[in-house]
Design a protein around this ligand. Sequence first.
Ligand code: NDP
Length: 279
Amino acid sequence: MALLAVLGHPISHSASPVMHNAALRALNLPNRYIAIEVRPEKFQSTLKSLHNLGFKGLNITIPHKEAAAMCASRLSEEAEAVRAVNTLVRLQEGWAGYNTDVAGVEKSLSPHVDGRPGAALILGAGGSAAAALYALWRMGVSVVIIANRSRWRAEELARRLEEKLGLRVEVVGLEDAGVKARQVDIIINATPLGLTYHESPIAPQDLTKNHVILDMVYSTGPTPLQRAAETSGSTYIDGVNMLVEQGVEAFRIFHGVEPEKKVMERAVREWLAKRGGLK
Ligand code: NDP
């Protein structure tokens, strides 16, 4: 039996163990996936211990994705560009780092976007926002606006990826997100707004039925952004979609086989419903 885990701080909100164990059971694979709470100062030493214990693979969540990229001995193309890792696979010496959030964003949006999408707005400038920016570039988006609370962080991300990808990136404060929403086709929330803070910088009057909105938040429901989307008739994709899509990709990397996506999604939605989250 091989062991896998998700590492984060906090970690009790993570649906990854439920999702991965359901997929493992459905394929009769004798592996086990657990959650491990790890404080930032213990992250590096924990990676070493889990390697010594023989763990086969790890998922990495808040706030360790950037540290994981620095600890990995090899990075995939996406992880290298984004400088954040959410999936680590055991190598003989150390870990190989991947970023499956990129595929998660791309696969969540693609069924709702026809042809070459125009402009997009990302709320946030952390690791997931970087993954979203890279995914949008891969989808052929021509202009991206980043709205973030700390402007310097957004400017740093914009500068780094603008140069690398040859994409036009504009930076604004979070207070301007509503106005900017009116100029784009796709909106991605890559902040915890709606999860730990029950608010959204985007109001129904900023949206139309042509907007496609991906909300990465998945553990509370209905978020203010979801309500605004529903009022305006926009397409709203919740964070469970994204969680499952990035999880499918990670599962393939860990086990080399295709998991049953429907089983994973059902396990997450049932778990959230029991916790009083999204239905
Ligand atoms: P980071 O910590 O790297 O970045 C967080 C971002 O949110 C920063 O831009 C930060 O702004 C902003 N932020 C945090 N708190 C507030 C606040 N109170 N008001 C306004 N902005 C705020 O996190 P990640 O990028 O890794 O994750 C972001 C969110 O996406 C999380 O909620 C995470 O759970 C979710 N997520 C969901 C996934 C899924 O599969 N559904 C996958 C990945 C992430 P500042 O720079 O000013 O600090």
